[in-house]
Design a protein around this ligand. Structure first.
Ligand code: PHE
Length: 348
């Protein structure tokens, strides 16, 4: 083999090793491989040119080329391993997570006391076999009044000062229109056992005990043979579930146009246990809801023959229950969304 080749090969080898040492990332390494070992590289050219040599020269040069090629490939592999290790270490360093860092506080909301009370009351009645339904807050005069046996000139309309939207449309003043809507939807089928939570609206001056918007939970049961004692038993079970086993209810005669007879229902005062205090004005009882036997006329207008079916209904104020339960003295706190107030319910 001529010395020229030997020198040339040695020069290629040296230069390649030098530039390999400079390749510092996988891209440079790749470029190096193409440049040094590829078809168009100096080595590649020499392999091609070998064809024109005498057999003996070809063998010697071929061996030399192979050796140098293998040596360079080996060098490339170990350089590659180095660079890979370095890049991996870098990546690990960059993606490092300090698992000992204390966590960041996730701002945690609290369920609103009215929502809590609604859920709690729903659970109680669902366990008694009721289902939960909801209805529209924008109602018609027809459902809010007429079908509940409150005609236009009826004095009972003054009991519920109404936000009228038009002559016929209004913001419902109570959830009782859902009595009618439920019976219509059931088309004469029985039994009906529903409760209806929802917002209602009245033209009241807001003060500590009144709000122009508040929340009612309506109850309705219709079947054959439903009696006042069913109403009382149901409400007593409800009172015990909500305020403890020693609770009792008391029914006082009252008047609603859509129930007959009608009553107001009291609980044993949750503050004094019945002995009489400021909260119950010394009576030992607190009023929590209005109720009664569904008026025969309401049953008939809703498609239930009052000669065959009877039912009871009740309507309670969720705010009042929430205030009793959590010792809230001003109903407006439930609507001002003051975080200092609301945050107190985070762990309640
Ligand atoms: N709707 C009545 C009110 O808002 C409450 C009520 C409901 C009374 C059902 C009797 C039966 O005052």
């Amino acid at each position: 083999m001529s010395d020229t080749w030997r020198h040339e090969l040695e020069a290629i080898r040296e230069q390649a090793m030098a530039s390999l040492a400079l390749a510092s990332d996988s891209k440079a390494l790749n470029d190096w491989r193409v440049e040094v070992l590829g078809k168009k590289s100096a080595l590649g050219q020499m392999s091609k040119a070998m064809g024109g040599l005498a057999p003996e020269d070809r063998r010697v040069l071929g061996e030399a080329l192979n050796r140098i090629r293998q040596e360079l490939e080996q060098a490339w592999r170990s350089r590659q391993a180095e660079i890979e290790a370095k890049e991996k270490a870098l990546r690990l360093e960059r993606e490092r997570i300090d698992v000992t860092l204390p966590g960041r506080d996730v701002p945690l909301g609290a369920m609103h006391p009215i929502s809590r009370v609604i859920e709690e009351i729903e659970d109680i009645f669902v366990s008694l076999g009721f289902s939960v339904v909801e209805g529209p807050e924008v109602e018609t005069d027809h459902y809010n009044f007429e079908l509940l046996n409150i005609p236009k000139d009826h004095p009972a309309r003054d009991m519920q000062d109404t936000f009228y939207l038009t002559d016929e449309w209004l913001l419902r003043t109570h959830t009782s229109p859902m009595q009618v809507r439920t019976m219509e939807r059931m088309r004469g089928r029985t039994p009906i056992r529903v409760i209806v939570p929802g917002r209602v609206y009245r033209r009241d001056e807001d003060d500590a005990t009144h709000s122009h918007q508040f929340t009612q939970i309506e109850g309705l049961v219709v079947d054959e043979g439903i009696r006042m004692s069913d109403l009382k038993g149901t409400l007593e079970a409800f009172a015990k579930a909500l305020f403890g086993p020693s609770q009792r209810v008391r029914l006082r005669p009252s008047y609603f146009p859509f129930t007959e007879p009608s009553c107001e229902v009291d609980l044993v005062c949750v503050s004094c246990g019945g002995s009489g205090c400021r909260m119950c004005k010394g009576t030992g009882w607190i009023e929590i809801l209005g109720a009664g036997m569904v008026h025969p006329r309401v049953l008939d207008m809703s498609g239930y023959d009052s000669a065959r079916y009877t039912g009871f209904a009740f309507g309670l104020g969720a705010e009042r229950i929430a205030m009793l339960r959590y010792g809230i003295s001003d109903i407006r706190m439930l609507y001002q969304n003051d975080l200092r107030f609301l945050r107190q319910f985070r762990h309640a």
